[in-house]
Ligand binder design. Structure first.
Ligand code: NDP
Length: 270
């Protein structure tokens, strides 16, 4: 991708699930954009290739072992980042898992709930840990990697769809509350991207023109990290969206409650 200038120089960014897929791409692009990137994953060794690739592009990274569902590990990691760098500017809640079953009710309860543990509780734990510092800094950005799946029924991937809907609403609550502290939160969708997550039979017949290049998500995260779209905090942004156009139309988006999850009623109740 064409990141021509180090627009993020001086920023400290934490990315979850940075070892592969979309998190890997986001991390490399943030590092190429000048941010100091704290690469996190459950296995610290799995981050070595990402670190090497980022540094090959002139980026600066650190690696940390972090399971997003482990609150004490997350809190200690964030504390250590702030102790080392004096601040944390950006959290990208990227780590996520999927699961599904032929009928939406078939999946064992534990497997259904495990998706929420990673996709909802994980971002909440990470956000709570960084907000302790961002509220003091009165600055920061949090990007949740959501999905369009949040907006539509998906009977064969019900825990995934339900968890991404929960993440979506959580993000909008966060964004509303965080604005007063100078913190901007966004929920984004990468679109359908070829990663391990989508390397499954049910995705095999999807036509080529419906897949989105992974680089689009990296570009979007770098743009959001730059602050150019803070006026859209709390809004949903797709990797294929024209961000500059959205920014120009921010007043309309807010006035008409666009780029968000809402209930479409036939009749006005109030
Ligand atoms: P991958 O399956 O390629 O990667 C998932 C990442 O999440 C891995 O780095 C994995 O680490 C990490 N992870 C899983 N569980 C945990 C955990 N408990 N703690 C820390 N890290 C964990 O998926 P993608 O790159 O495709 O997905 C990344 C994000 O993008 C997800 O949130 C996904 O829902 C979202 N997304 C993806 C789309 C797509 O089409 N691919 C579409 C829309 C949204 P490990 O290697 O340790 O398992």
């Amino acid at each position: 991708m064409a990141i021509l200038s180090k627009t993020l120089a001086g920023q400290v960014a934490l990315v979850t699930g940075a070892n592969r897929g979309i998190g890997r791409q986001i991390s490399i692009d943030l590092a190429a954009g000048g941010a100091k990137v704290i690469l996190s994953a459950r296995s610290i060794d799995s981050l070595i290739p990402v670190e090497q690739e980022s540094e090959g592009l002139g980026g600066r990274c650190e690696r940390v072992a972090l399971n997003v569902t482990d609150q004490s590990v997350v809190e200690a990691a964030v504390q250590a980042i702030v102790a080392r760098h004096g601040k944390i500017d950006l959290l990208v809640n990227n780590a996520g898992i999927g699961a599904g079953s032929e009928n939406p009710w078939d999946l064992p309860v534990e497997e259904w709930w495990a998706v929420h543990e990673v996709n909802v509780k994980g971002p909440y734990i990470c956000t709570q840990a960084v907000m302790r510092h961002m509220t003091r800094q009165r600055a920061g950005r949090i990007i949740d990697v959501g999905s369009m799946v949040a907006a539509y029924p998906n009977p064969t991937a019900s825990p995934y769809a339900a968890s991404k809907a929960a993440l979506f609403r959580w993000n909008s609550c966060l964004a509303e509350g965080a604005k007063a502290f100078g913190v901007s939160a966004f929920v984004i969708s990468p679109g359908l991207v070829a990663t391990d997550m989508t390397d499954r039979p049910q995705f095999a017949d999807i036509p080529a023109d419906q897949w989105v290049p992974i680089e689009k998500t990296g570009e979007l995260v770098v743009a959001l990290a730059s602050g150019k779209a803070d006026v859209l905090a709390g809004r949903f942004i797709h990797a294929l969206d024209d961000l500059d156009s959205l920014v120009k139309q921010a007043d309309k988006i807010v006035a008409e409650n666009l780029q968000t999850l809402s209930i479409q009623m036939l009749h006005d109740l109030f």
